[in-house]
Design a binder for this molecule. Structure first.
Ligand SMILES: [Zn+2]
Ligand SMILES: [Zn+2]
Length: 151
């Protein structure tokens, strides 16, 4: 039983980034931003907490909220598999980046200012990128730089 992740075409012809199984018969589940809309993500999150029997409001609050930029969640799919894959890279970029400050300076990927600030991409995103304290908040530009670097 293996889980497969990737762009997956719907009957309608549109593509989602999804997870499915090579053996079980459950339908492919959209993943990341393709699994929206946001209020649906929140509703499923709440439902999950209830199913786990977590009813105390403080404990419910403490359980990690769904991550990501809520305005990017959608359920209308993509025209191409490449778009669906880029959608998931953005989701991973938004949710999984971590910050580090190694001693050695390197140029910022956006403004080329020397910096010790570093963004790390664990869990399958394969490299670290420098971004100075000013540029680290420019997430759209950072993602564009990331997409350039990974080519
Ligand atoms: Zn998507
Ligand atoms: Zn910079």
């Amino acid at each position: 039983m293996a889980r497969i992740y990737g762009a997956r075409q719907r009957l309608s012809g549109r593509y989602d980034y999804a997870v499915w199984s090579d053996e079980e018969s459950w339908p492919p589940q959209p993943e990341g931003y393709c699994a929206g809309p946001w209020d649906e993500i929140l509703r499923r999150h709440e439902e999950g907490l209830t199913m786990m029997g977590i009813i105390d409001p403080a404990m419910r609050e403490a359980w990690r909220k769904p991550q990501g930029d809520q305005f990017r969640f959608h359920s209308d799919g993509h025209a191409t598999p490449e778009e669906a894959e880029a959608c998931y890279r953005r989701y991973s970029f938004d949710c999984r980046r971590e910050f580090d400050t190694p001693e050695q300076q390197e140029p910022c990927a956006i403004c080329a200012e020397w910096t010790t600030n570093m963004i790390d991409f664990p869990q399958g995103l394969w490299f670290a990128m420098r971004a100075c304290v000013d540029c680290v908040k420019k997430t759209d530009e950072l993602f564009a730089a990331y997409e350039q670097l990974r080519k």
